[in-house]
Design a protein. Structure first.
Length: 509
């Protein structure tokens, strides 16, 4: 009888393998890192065999530490980085390193598509803009600059799709990762011949697209010997990381909404149809739940801005935390620099005494779609305090997220938001979110496993261990609700106006 599910989360920095019981308890996890090669300014690549080695090692470690029999694992499922381009030959051998999501070299290729299909029409087909970040534009770049690689390419895969091939010998993708190729029709749930023609690529290089719960195959004897899994274990497709987080955060019904505060941050809701913004500020993903969609707005630098604040302005807080930890016996109750920063932020009132921070340290996606945008502090006065500056960073990130939420609210009823990700650990940030969003913020007991939990539920549904996606209730438990303070409404209304005004004042600079 199947008692466990293994979920792999193939991120940018490594693979995290997580073991769950069928009842939804997180039992163990193991992380194996791999490198990213950043070069030529905007290029970013990874070695696909490093992904496979990480999956093999993390799986063996997970099974060994948990001390369970591999035959008890009822499903292996996946969450993975999206918008990549890995070319493999007919034997599944990678022909070059994978061009990952962070790579934006394909600017000319995106421009070539736009000469044939206007952005508005493109957006209506895919739910996304035509930009250099997506898979088909990267494949076009390979066709033009590495024609030998393109000619030898049998299939183009994303990270989890390659691992599924190594486990099962099957070339497949599923709807969310197909969506991230940027040539997938989200209304018809199939590859768009119109966009394939505009990109001038060979359609047979794209793998068949199936639902997220599809059983891709079963672990082969060879893969079993390398991973420690039992041969014949069902392998479920899973979904791209943004979509598995939808499931893991409980956003499985229309209107259910979550905010993920990681290095980047996003707000995603669930709808019965694609939500098109007239200004194309948000995007729509195909949901892992059949028949549903995941409208989304993602900003580039959220927790990344907070980390930048710590590492540049808050060196004293880092030293104080180290000093306090050195004085504590046996490392008990360790203090993070963020704990000290948060206590200082609380000394500044809502609105940071007029200080505004534009959090665009790496350009911006939603809602600006301006790769040239930069960070700005504005509203500084002689009486501005250090606490005001620190608070303005968290408020600046949240103000940008509030703009995304406003766009989604134009088409969806959003009454409460589940917060996940490392940034949601801070009570002060959760209060700022509740006040600026004007809604309850629900805080689960596990904040940093939404992707893994979502992949596990998808795997359980696909393998027949669960009747449906309501199984997320076994995994997700709300431990706290942060209610908005209505007295801050007027202050934050002015802050929103000034945030917009400052951005547009410096946009052309």
């Amino acid at each position: 009888m199947a008692e466990y599910i293994i979920a792999h989360d193939l991120g940018t920095s490594g693979d995290k393998a997580t073991l769950f019981s069928a009842e939804g308890r997180l039992l163990s996890s193991s992380v194996c890192s791999y490198d990213t090669h950043y070069f030529n300014g905007t290029w970013a690549e990874q070695n696909a065999d490093d992904w496979w080695e990480a999956v093999c090692r993390s799986t063996r470690q997970l099974l060994g530490e948990a001390g369970i029999r591999p035959e008890k694992v009822g499903a292996v499922s996946f969450s993975g980085q999206m918008m990549g381009c890995l070319c493999v030959d007919r034997t599944g051998r990678p022909l070059r390193p994978s061009i990952i999501w962070a790579d934006t070299r394909a600017l000319d290729q995106a421009a070539a598509i736009e000469r044939t299909i206007p952005q508005e029409e493109f957006y209506r087909i895919t739910g996304h803009r035509n930009t250099a970040s997506y898979g088909v534009q990267k494949l076009m770049w390979i066709r033009e600059h590495e024609p030998g690689v393109y000619a030898a390419t049998c299939k183009v895969l994303n990270a989890k799709d390659y691992i599924i091939y190594r486990l099962t010998g099957t070339f497949l993708t599923e709807y969310s990762d197909a969506n991230s190729m940027d040539c997938f029709d989200i209304n018809k749930l199939g590859w768009s011949q119109e966009l394939i023609c505009a990109a001038n690529i060979d359609a047979d290089k794209l793998p068949d697209a199936v639902p997220s719960t599809h059983i891709a195959g079963r672990v082969t004897d060879e893969a079993a010997s390398l991973t420690g899994l039992a041969a014949g274990t069902p392998v479920i497709m899973g979904a791209g990381d943004g979509v598995t987080a939808n499931v893991g955060a409980g956003s499985i019904r229309p209107g259910k909404t979550y905010c993920c505060l990681g290095t980047s941050a996003w707000i995603t809701t669930t709808s019965e149809k694609p939500l098109y913004d007239p200004q194309m500020r948000t995007v729509t993903w195909v949901h892992a739940v059949p028949g549903l969609y995941a409208p989304n707005g993602t900003m580039q630098t959220a927790g990344g801005a907070y980390s930048w604040l710590k590492n540049t302005i808050c060196l004293d807080e880092i030293e104080r935390a180290e000093r306090m930890n050195a004085e504590r016996p046996d490392g008990a109750g360790r203090v993070s620099p963020y704990d000290i920063i948060n206590s200082e932020i609380e000394q500044s009132p809502p609105g940071a005494n007029g200080v505004i921070f534009l959090p665009y340290l790496m350009g911006e996606r939603a809602p600006r779609w301006n790769p040239q945008a930069t960070g700005v502090f504005a509203g500084l006065r002689a009486e501005t305090t250090r606490a005001d500056i620190l608070r303005s960073v968290l408020e600046g990130v949240t103000l940008n997220l509030a703009l995304i939420l406003d766009i989604l609210r134009e088409s969806a009823d959003i009454e409460e938001i589940i917060a996940v990700g490392g940034g949601a650990k801070g009570r002060v940030w959760r209060r700022i979110m509740a006040d600026l969003f004007g809604t309850n913020i629900l805080v689960p007991d596990i904040l940093e496993e939404a992707g893994s939990m979502g992949a596990a539920v998808i795997g359980g549904v696909g393998a027949g261990m669960y009747d449906g996606f309501n199984a997320i209730d076994r995994f997700l438990h709300i431990r706290e609700v942060q209610e908005p303070d209505r007295s801050t409404g007027e202050v934050y209304a002015r802050a929103r106006e000034r945030f917009e005004a400052f951005y547009h004042a410096v946009e052309n600079l």
